[in-house]
Each structure stands twice: as structure tokens, then as C-alpha cells.
Design a protein around this ligand. Structure first.
Ligand SMILES: Nc1ncnc2c1ncn2[C@@H]1O[C@H](COP(=O)(O)OP(=O)(O)OP(=O)(O)O)[C@@H](O)[C@H]1O
Ligand SMILES: [Mg+2]
Length: 394
């Protein structure tokens, strides 16, 4: 019985998993999920692309590593494969939870894990009647939010199923709040209602923390997180030009992350999550922002060669060669004085404010090859593959 890598397009993460599997001596079956017709009828099950029949390959698979990028496709993939008797990482139950930020937060909150205050109004921003008339609910929704969160402190409106910082909006006055609520019309990334959150005053960074569990083993939190850092936007997503750093985590935070993983992974023998967390630093800063901006600018110059390699198209034709270049460029950036300095500032800040940390999202299929792996020194493909193996071995 084998492990399958189910994917949509072969990107760096998928190539990284393939390369790691080779290094670990693990055979992988590849399932280009988006191109396969999955057929069920009284004749049974078949899976075919235009040119290839995957039916037998799927029969031999015991565990599916689900790397479908779209949340909807990933949820369908895990559920479908489970019905065929396969184990999945992650399970459809987990995908169902992580699909929605609200569902994730609800489970964490129930377990007493710190989260940002979050308000959900199930009503959509507007309704269109049969006769075409549009009913606007924005003002009522804004009033409901303001009953719970002070607008003067900032209200964050977010698409419940969004990724990459899409549709994460900060409102600081009534007009901005109304406009942000209007933006959340029902869509694939915001299926229903409107989600609002208190603004966490997180200084210039947030954290991405890896937790995982293999069957028969205790869950583990990797002790170094990736910090995404910069002052460009209140969102710290890397595509906005923010930088990445490694940051050692205090034991208490590692413990909370494990507890979060256990909560979200309940019912599954093996799982992996990249948890997003923010630290409510407020005024508890140990250096001033002007100095810090100067350091970030200099670190950003040291990061430019890394960005250049990332854009290099040879990754598509010679992944291994490209990866060596990427690792070398990142090492040079990480060895720079400004990287070291900012990393230390983040670690001190996390330690000083460890009781002010909140978890706000769990990524069930995290990107890791280009940033998380290099910043933390941890190749997430290893626990992914080992967790998959643990489901076969047991
Ligand atoms: N309540 C909040 N207060 C302050 N900043 C926030 C808040 N919610 C989100 N952010 C900022 O916006 C970023 C993106 O938010 P979030 O992680 O919820 O969305 P996402 O689109 O799923 O991002 P990702 O690419 O991390 O999956 C966070 O990393 C954080 O910097
Ligand atoms: Mg996030």
C-alpha cells in the first residue's frame, strides 16, 4: 500500500514533497486531482484523465496527502478519498473546520485557547428580492458589530474562508465599516454572513506555528515559528512585501499550540496545521518604531537576492538546482546583521508578551517550501510524509 500526493498543479511545495520523499526513500503515487474524472455507478468506481487511467493506482493507495489548493476542492478530495477507504492528511473533518476561520475560532474558544474577540452576523450585507429590489443590511450589521467592539479601537472585517490576506479589511470609522461590510457580499471565500474581529495591536509581526501528530505518537509543536514582519500594511502576509524571520517560541506558547492542534485534530490519528497567531503587544515595545523601520529597510535589501531567486523560472525545469540557489540566497540574508537584530527583537517581544498571544487561524494545507522551511529550518514535508507513513505502519 502506498502514499499518494494529491495535487492541482505541481508548485514548489509539491516539488519539495517529491524531493523529500526521494530523500526519505518513500514512494509516492501522484494524483493530478483537478484533471481526473471520478466516476461512481453500479459498475463501481473509476478515475481517469483524458490520457490515463488512475483507477488501479488509487486502489493501491492507503493514505492521501491532500495538497489541493482550493479549499473547496480540498474538502471534496478528502471526503471522496475517505469514502473510498483511504486515510487522508488532513481529514475531511479537519478541512471542514479549517475552511472557515469562524469554525476554527469556535473550537479554540470552546477549549479556552486565547483568540481575538470575534463577532459573526449570519445575515448577508444585502439581499436581492425576487422583484430585483435590493435590501441593504450594512447599517444594521455595523450597529451589531459596534455593540460588541469599539470602532475607535478598530474593527477588522474578514472573509470567513479567505486566504493570502484577501478581503481582510480594517475599519476605523463608520464609513469604512459600512464599505468593508459591503465588500463581503456572499462569495466562494465568504459563503455566508459577515465576520468581524477586534483589532489586535500586534506591532510589526505575526507568527506561523507548525504543529503535527503522527499515529501512535504525541503531538509536537516545532519550537521555532516563522514570523512575518513589516510595517507596509496592518496585514503581515508575505505577498504584501513583508519579510520572514525565524523566532524561537516560549514553552507556554508551544504548549498552547499543541492544545490547539489537539482540539482541531480531534478524531484523527495524524494531522498537521500551520497555526497563525498574533501577539497583542500594544505599547509594550522594547525599541522605537523609527529605529525598527530603519532595520527592516536594511534587512529588506538583504532579502532582495532571495526574491530574485524566487522569480527565477528555472524552478520549473530544474527544481533541485533552483532550490540550492534559494537556500544559499536565504542563508546570506539570515546571516546579515539586520536579520539577526530583528529576529532578536521579535523573540524578546514574544517572550515579554507571551501572555498576550491569540490564535486566529489554522492552515490545513500550508505553503512551506519558500518561506516557512527557510525561516524556521524545518521542512514541513518531513512530518507530512512521516505522519502518512504512521497511518500505514499502524
Ligand atoms: N483581528 C486582527 N487584528 C490585527 N491584525 C489582523 C487581524 N486579523 C488579521 N490580521 C492581519 O491580517 C493578516 C491576515 O489575516 P488572516 O490570517 O486571518 O487571513 P488569511 O487571508 O487567511 O491569511 P493567510 O495568508 O495567513 O492564510 C494576519 O496575518 C494579520 O497580520
Ligand atoms: Mg493567516
Amino acid at each position: 500500500m502506498s502514499i499518494a500526493l494529491l495535487y492541482e498543479r505541481s508548485e514548489n511545495d509539491e516539488n519539495g514533497i517529491k524531493l523529500t520523499a526521494q530523500q526519505l526513500g518513500i514512494d509516492l503515487t501522484f494524483l493530478p486531482f483537478r484533471k481526473i474524472a471520478l466516476s461512481i455507478s453500479k459498475e463501481g468506481f473509476s478515475a481517469k484523465t483524458k490520457g490515463q487511467n488512475y483507477t488501479n493506482a488509487i486502489k493501491d493507495v492507503a493514505v492521501v496527502l491532500n495538497r489541493a489548493q482550493s479549499k473547496n476542492r480540498r474538502l471534496q478530495a478528502s471526503f471522496f478519498m475517505e469514502q473510498l477507504g483511504k486515510k487522508t492528511i488532513n481529514s475531511s473533518q479537519i478541512e471542514f473546520t479549517c475552511y472557515s476561520k469562524l469554525r476554527t475560532l469556535l473550537l479554540l474558544w470552546k477549549e479556552g485557547i486565547p483568540i481575538p474577540k470575534t463577532v459573526f452576523v449570519p445575515c448577508d450585507s444585502s439581499d436581492t428580492l425576487k422583484n430585483g429590489q435590493v435590501i441593504h443590511n450594512e447599517k444594521d450589521i455595523a450597529d451589531l458589530f459596534q455593540q460588541e467592539i469599539s470602532l475607535a479601537d478598530g474593527i477588522v472585517i474578514k472573509a470567513d474562508a479567505g486566504t493570502h490576506g484577501k478581503m481582510i479589511m480594517l475599519a476605523k470609522n463608520h464609513d469604512e465599516l459600512i464599505t468593508s461590510i459591503q465588500e463581503t457580499k456572499p462569495s466562494i471565500i465568504n459563503p455566508v454572513g459577515v465576520v468581524a474581529q477586534e483589532l489586535i495591536e500586534k506591532w510589526f509581526y505575526d507568527l506561523r506555528i507548525i504543529v503535527h501528530k503522527a499515529k501512535g505518537k504525541q503531538p509536537v509543536c516545532y519550537p521555532t515559528a516563522m514570523a512575518r514582519a513589516g510595517f507596509k500594511d496592518f496585514r503581515t502576509n508575505t505577498f504584501l512585501g513583508n519579510l520572514v524571520f525565524g523566532a524561537k517560541l516560549p514553552k507556554t506558547i508551544q504548549g498552547l499550540a499543541v492544545k490547539s492542534g489537539k482540539t482541531l485534530g480531534k478524531g484523527s490519528d495524524a494531522w498537521i496545521f500551520a497555526l497563525d497567531a498574533m501577539v497583542n503587544v500594544k505599547a509594550n515595545k522594547q525599541v522605537d518604531d523609527v529605529y525598527l523601520k530603519g532595520e527592516l529597510d536594511k534587512a529588506s535589501q538583504a532579502f532582495a537576492p532571495v526574491q530574485k531567486v524566487k522569480q527565477d523560472e528555472t524552478r520549473l525545469t530544474n527544481f533541485k538546482g533552483w532550490n540550492s540557489k534559494l537556500e544559499k540566497a536565504f542563508q546570506a540574508y539570515a546571516n546579515s546583521e539586520h536579520y539577526e537584530n530583528i529576529k532578536r527583537i521579535i523573540e524578546e517581544s514574544v517572550e515579554k508578551n507571551k501572555n498576550a498571544l491569540v490564535f486566529h487561524e489554522s492552515n490545513s494545507c500550508p505553503e512551506f517550501w519558500e518561506n516557512t522551511r527557510l525561516a524556521t529550518g524545518y521542512n514541513v514535508a518531513v512530518p507530512l510524509l512521516k505522519s502518512a507513513q504512521s497511518l500505514i505502519d499502524h
